[in-house]
Design a protein around this ligand. Structure first.
Ligand code: FAD
Length: 636
């Protein structure tokens, strides 16, 4: 973690100074008349976006929610490894690692053939495949995730706070102007319930959940199906003689249905998803009046011969499985003549069954994709057409996930005879679970070739860093202080691009490239740098060499790898890395990087790999950025 760049200041380094000149608005001050971005909804999608935009105090962001304040418990709890990587970039990955339950193993239980009314363990699976991510799969209360994002907002230079007790009622885009063209009607849901206000925004993002008003306003409809299966979920403090209660378990009984057990943070709490009754096609789950006691009774029947003695029901809910998707995530769709002004994200445009643990994760990944694009456009760093890529990229991923989730939900709810084997030794649901691990880890996302993710022409130079997928971290040593660390952890949620230069067998080619990047008028770093900005304000260059840390001469590194930055012109010592010599692994070998030729890997601000290029291909790099970034008009 780097701080004191602009002078020493005591106290918590996570708390940034308020940006000078930011527009301050107290809790009882009138709402603004104009904002840059209006976010509807303080769920995971909205808060992730607000946390990202709060890093840019020049962008006026407002986030509203009809609730009177933050939620305290319930809803989703699964944080997949990809989301944990994103939390690391937001600065609270370590906090979640410390507080959460880590899903290391998943156990499978099914009826004992000798006594089908009793269950017995039939297998265990490692939950996170080896070296799929440096971060764990964790379980933690959704409300805690909200708090962590709220802290990021509060501690940011914008000091952003939500406006609770306001709901977005309507959104209308005026196509005749580019100056705050979106009229947003807000309705008070608090002490002045019913009172309305209209404000204007440059962009509106509907993160307002499955019943989204923003989606309705832009003509979006959720399509899909319900499985007509009632499930109950409860977070409980309980004692049990079931031996695997501190492992994630999938349990199928012969006649009583299925259960999913998810141990939770703190060591005592756990969650149970309990299969309740099949619903008739036209029946809503609310009609059945299920209670927490029904769930506890069903759990005891399914888990026989084991029993559960519930001491406290912390939270419970009953729901139906539904997989739904809108046909576009913005207000323009295929209209080539307009750039989007209104977006939907998260449950507002896709819903999943909770058992694959995707809803919260995908929702946050949606807005992590959108946040940097909005910031680039509002800062004048990219053309507004960049915003078209949001719907295009995220719709494909939502569809892929829904198809997988759909299949999983059906297997989970199949009668035991059908979910048992196909004959070859492993129950179908265990086999499918293993096949799904890459999806459930959030690691299957792969954006198609586009302006933002190049064709894989030079993919052979880094076979383990696939263009379109997220940058896969690996251990390195930071040369200046011999610090063993994950290279991916230099990529923060700060809206910056990263270029990783991996030196080949002859380091002079890499050094020559770095010289060019730091000084040539054709370099994308030079071209996009604005007056008064640090050289790495938009594109952050890092270099990795193949020697040990004591074989690398920092003093001979080009200026771009030890730039002078900030108000005091202090040298940044954290740009140069080398192989890990303490046994954690060789990044070249782990990620298939060509040792002879080396390569450049371009990583987007949302950590997805945009391009892999030979070290000699300076024009390829310049051309790639030319298609996305606007040159600075006031270069230093
Ligand atoms: P949400 O979390 O739904 O957040 C939407 C926010 O928008 C809410 O804060 C809402 O108050 C606000 N809002 C609504 N209308 C407006 C408006 N007009 N204007 C402004 N704001 C508005 N997932 C699981 O994996 N497991 C579970 O057990 C589980 N249980 C759930 C139980 C409930 C009651 C709910 C609602 C969801 C549950 N989910 C569960 C789903 C999971 O919580 C969501 O997938 C995830 O929260 C999606 O995040 P989101 O930000 O898109 O939407």
């Amino acid at each position: 973690m780097q701080f004191y760049l602009n002078g020493f200041r005591g106290g918590d380094p996570d708390i940034a100074d308020a940006a000078p000149g930011r527009r301050y608005r107290g809790p009882h001050d009138p709402l603004p008349e104009k904002v840059d971005v209006l976010i509807a909804g303080c769920g995971p999608a909205g808060l992730c976006l607000a946390a990202q935009l709060s890093q840019f105090p020049e962008i006026e962001t407002m986030i509203v929610d009809p609730k009177p304040g933050p939620i305290e418990k319930g809803q989703a709890d699964g944080i997949n490894t990809r989301t944990m990587e994103m939390f690391q970039a937001f600065g609270f990955g370590e906090k979640v690692k410390r507080e959460s339950y880590w899903v290391n193993q998943t156990a499978f239980w099914s009826p004992d053939p000798a006594n089908p009314s009793h269950i017995r363990r039939i297998g265990r699976v490692q939950d996170v495949p080896e070296d799929s991510s440096e971060m764990p799969h964790t379980l933690i209360n959704q409300a805690r995730v909200h708090e962590l994002f709220l802290d990021v907002m509060r501690n940011s230079p914008s000091k952003l706070e939500p406006d609770y007790s306001w709901a977005v009622r309507d959104v209308v885009v005026d196509p005749s102007t580019d100056d705050h063209p979106v009229a947003v009607t807000l309705e008070n849901t608090g002490v002045n319930a019913g009172e309305t206000r209209t404000l204007r925004a440059n962009y509106v993002v509907g993160c307002d959940g499955a019943r989204s008003n923003v989606r309705k306003a832009i003509g979006g409809t959720l399509h899909g199906d319900a499985a007509h299966q009632a499930w109950g979920v409860m977070d409980i403090l309980a004692n049990t003689d079931f031996p695997d209660v501190r492992q994630k378990c999938l349990i199928t009984s012969s006649t009583e249905g299925n259960i999913l057990i998810l141990p939770r943070e703190g060591g005592y709490l756990f969650r149970m998803y309990v299969e309740l009754d099949k619903l008739n096609p036209d029946e809503r789950v609310s009609a059945r009046n299920f209670s927490a006691d029904d769930m506890i009774a069903a759990a005891n029947r399914i888990m026989a011969p084991y029993t559960i003695d519930v001491k406290e029901v912390v939270w419970w809910s009953i729901y139906e499985i539904a997989h739904r998707l809108t046909d576009r995530f913005d207000d323009v769709g295929d209209d080539e003549d307009r750039n989007p002004r209104v977006f939907t994200a998260g449950d507002a445009c896709h819903t999943h069954s909770p058992k694959a643990g995707q809803g919260m994760n995908v929702s946050m990944q949606d807005t992590f994709n959108l946040g940097w694009k909005l910031a680039h456009v509002l800062q004048g760093r990219a053309d507004a057409s960049l915003l078209r890529s949001y719907s295009r990229e995220r719709w494909v991923e939502a569809k892929r996930l829904i198809d997988t989730d759909h299949q999983w939900a059906r297997i989970m709810s199949a009668p035991p005879g059908q979910s048992e084997l196909d004959g070859a030794g492993m129950p179908r649901f265990q086999k499918q679970f293993i096949e799904n691990l890459i999806f459930t880890g959030g690691l299957a996302v792969r954006y198609d070739p586009s302006t933002l993710t190049a064709e894989p022409t030079h993919q052979a130079l880094a076979t383990g860093q696939e263009i379109g997928r997220r940058f896969h971290s690996a251990p390195v040593v930071r040369v200046a202080d011999a610090m063993q660390m994950q290279l991916g952890h230099v990529a923060l949620a700060d809206g910056r691009w990263r270029v990783f230069v991996f030196a080949g067998e002859n380091p002079s080619e890499a050094l020559g490239l770095v010289e060019w990047l730091g000084s040539d008028p054709g370099s994308p770093i030079v071209k996009t740098r604005r007056a008064g900005e640090d050289i790495d304000a938009l594109i952050d260059l890092r270099a990795v060499f193949q020697g040990r840390f004591d074989q690398i001469a920092l003093e001979h590194m080009p200026p771009l790898l030890k730039p002078l930055k900030g108000r005091l012109g202090l040298q940044d010592h954290e740009k140069v890395f080398c192989l890990d010599h303490k046994g954690l692994g060789d990044i070249y070998q782990m990620r298939g990087i060509d040792r002879v030729q080396g390569c450049m890997i371009v990583v987007r601000p949302d950590q997805y790999i945009a391009n892999v290029l030979p070290l000699s291909d300076r024009q390829g790099l310049a051309g790639f950025f030319d298609a996305i970034l606007t040159p600075a008009t006031d270069a230093p």
